[in-house]
Design a protein around this ligand. Structure first.
Ligand code: HMG
Ligand code: MG
Length: 306
């Protein structure tokens, strides 16, 4: 399929949630607010700012209420929160959150490890969250994890992902983010996945969330763009991972995604230099080396003046 002309892509920045939830260091809310503010200054418009999950399960996300209380309100920016259940949703509503993301998995083993319940139970939780969120006029996005493989049980059938996505869409979520949690997917598997999902859900309601463990994320995004997907999740400096997905590394780096889109002439609204500076800020705060290949190359170029 030919790449459509003049397309624009919406980026969902998950660095402050997916990016920080798997780090050894738990950053204070003030540093997380600085990170999010720099990212918004760089042009990102949808940013997952924290998670109202159990602090016993993910201590790094404790203090998300403080993050939300300190975030600058900007009409053009949507600060969103990850919630696993009604309790998390109520905590998000209490700090004025206008959009939440809830999550389910296409693998029973991962569902149990990550949320202590079966897929069927998690779908009931999602329905409860959607009903309550709608009453509060809050938008709901849903992640489906393990769409191209499970860290515990391996291959996942794309038709199973499509069936779960169809149920979620009928429940009333506005977008379904397809999560390659482990990062084992390839472009061919991505195309098969989108084709299966698009039979049951409008492609405009699908987003891609690719972890880059096998360095396939950019290739998978390209395949997904060709298949008509126009929303992608990414993480500044390639931070990220799920504490319940052993061996998985970070999300696709936002810097790498922006560089790809620039090369394709696709609009995205993000300033790459400001993004790279933000990556340096968060890497310094975490004591991390730069993981975005694009940021590394451009920083080296600036240093040598080449
Ligand atoms: P549970 O232990 O079964 O919960 O955990 P419970 O309902 O039995 O309650 C037990 C205790 O947890 C109670 O406290 C509750 O109040 C508390 P206690 O009475 O014992 O003091 N609790 C909560 N506390 C704070 N916030 C809440 C909440 N709910 C209950 N929302 C639960 C079930 C879902 C809560 C737990 O398993 C959990 O928090 N899991 C989240 C795991 C997680 O955050 N994983 C990473 C995010 S998902 C991801 O990374 C994938 C994604 O990026 C896409 C991809 O890459 O594929 C999105
Ligand atoms: Mg993830």
């Amino acid at each position: 399929m030919a790449m459509p002309n003049k397309q624009s892509i919406r980026l969902v920045e998950v660095g402050a949630r997916d990016g920080l939830q798997n780090e050894h260091l738990t950053l204070p809310p003030e540093t997380r607010v600085q990170l999010l503010t720099h990212l918004a200054d760089a042009g990102l418009r949808t940013l997952e700012a924290g998670a109202f999950v159990s602090p016993r399960w993910v201590p790094q996300m404790a203090g998300s209420d403080q993050v939300f209380k300190q975030l600058p309100m900007r009409p053009s920016v949507s600060w969103t929160a990850l919630v696993p259940n009604l309790q998390g949703l109520e905590a998000a509503l209490a700090v004025g959150c206008q959009e939440v993301a809830v999550f389910v998995a296409a693998s029973e083993a991962f569902s149990q490890k990550n949320t202590n319940c079966s897929i069927a139970e998690s779908l009931t939780r999602v329905q409860q969250v959607i009903d309550r969120a709608k009453a509060a006029q809050v938008k709901v996005r849903v992640y489906v994890s393990c769409v191209m493989g499970c860290p515990f049980t391996g291959r996942v059938d794309p038709n199973k992902v499509a069936d779960i996505s169809a149920s979620l869409y009928q429940m009333g979520c506005y977008e379904i983010s397809l999560g390659d949690t482990v990062g084992t997917g390839t472009p061919a598997a991505t195309k098969a996945l989108i084709a299966a999902c698009a039979q049951q859900v409008p492609v405009a309601a699908l987003a891609g969330h690719f972890h880059d463990t096998y360095a396939m994320a950019i290739a998978n995004i390209y395949a997904a763009i060709e298949a008509g997907v126009s929303v992608f999740d990414s993480s500044v400096a390639g931070l990220g991972g799920c504490p319940y997905s052993p061996g998985a590394t970070g999300n696709v780096a936002t810097e790498n995604l922006v560089y790809l889109l620039d090369g394709l002439g696709i609009e995205h609204g993000v300033n790459l230099d400001a993004l790279i500076e933000t990556g340096e800020f968060i890497n310094a705060a975490l004591g991390r080396k730069e993981r975005s290949s694009v940021a590394r190359a451009l920083l080296a170029k600036h240093r040598t003046g080449a």
